[in-house]
Design a protein around this ligand. Structure first.
Ligand code: GRF
Length: 198
């Protein structure tokens, strides 16, 4: 399977998928990385690994329709089977969502449907979980639609919240689980346990 990863910042989830493919734990290939941030560590990681990396943002392509078409043509040319949004802080255009419907997955650092939606990203999520005195948080992988964090949930993993956790400590624990969980979920997609759309 050919994987595309969209990422805006650090790209540690991207690296986990790349490493899973390289080590043979996952029988797939990360074919390309798309970022809306030219300075992202994610694009740097792609370069380090000899993977195609594209900076696509409105700074480069101001017209929304043309931007979506560019993304579509890159995905099509590279025969992409599945797309992971791994810390991609930009809404995908309708044409991309429609064409790759049920093949786009987002990784969210909490147990949706709680702690999701607009503005619920990065440390905001973990602060909200701690403020609500949750004892368990986790990772959610869900399909992507036109509303933030609301597509079908395909997999979840729990992560404990420790008494006195700071948001940063909880974030680190959740992120570590994301790295191993992503490998499990990609394998579930490959085996057909989690279905891809037509
Ligand atoms: C992760 O916390 C993920 O859940 C969220 O964005 C973060 C990405 O981290 N969607 P990284 O850039 O892969 O290190």
């Amino acid at each position: 399977m050919n994987i595309a990863v969209f990422a805006s910042h650090g790209g540690s989830d991207l690296q986990a998928i790349i490493d899973g493919c390289k080590s043979g734990k996952v029988n797939s290939k990360v074919k390309l990385v798309i970022s809306n941030n030219s300075n992202s560590m994610a694009l740097q990681r792609a370069e380090n690994e000899g993977i195609l990396g594209y900076h696509i943002s409105q700074k480069v392509i101001p017209d929304n329709g043309k931007l979506d078409n560019k993304i579509l043509s890159i995905l099509d040319e590279n025969e992409i089977d599945m797309i992971f949004l791994a810390g991609y802080l930009k809404m995908l255009g309708t044409s991309v969502l429609q064409k790759y419907s049920n093949r786009i997955f987002n990784i969210h650092p909490a147990l949706l449907p709680k702690y999701g939606g607009k503005g619920m990203y990065g440390m905001n999520v973990h602060k909200a979980v701690i403020e609500a005195r949750e004892k368990i948080s986790g990772v959610t992988i869900h399909r992507v639609n036109e509303k933030y964090d609301s597509g079908e949930i395909v997999a979840q993993a729990e992560v404990p919240v420790m008494p006195n956790d700071t948001p940063e400590e909880l974030a680190a624990r959740v992120l570590e689980r994301e790295h191993s969980f992503l490998i499990e979920v990609v394998n579930d997609i490959i085996s057909g346990n989690i279905k891809l759309g037509e």
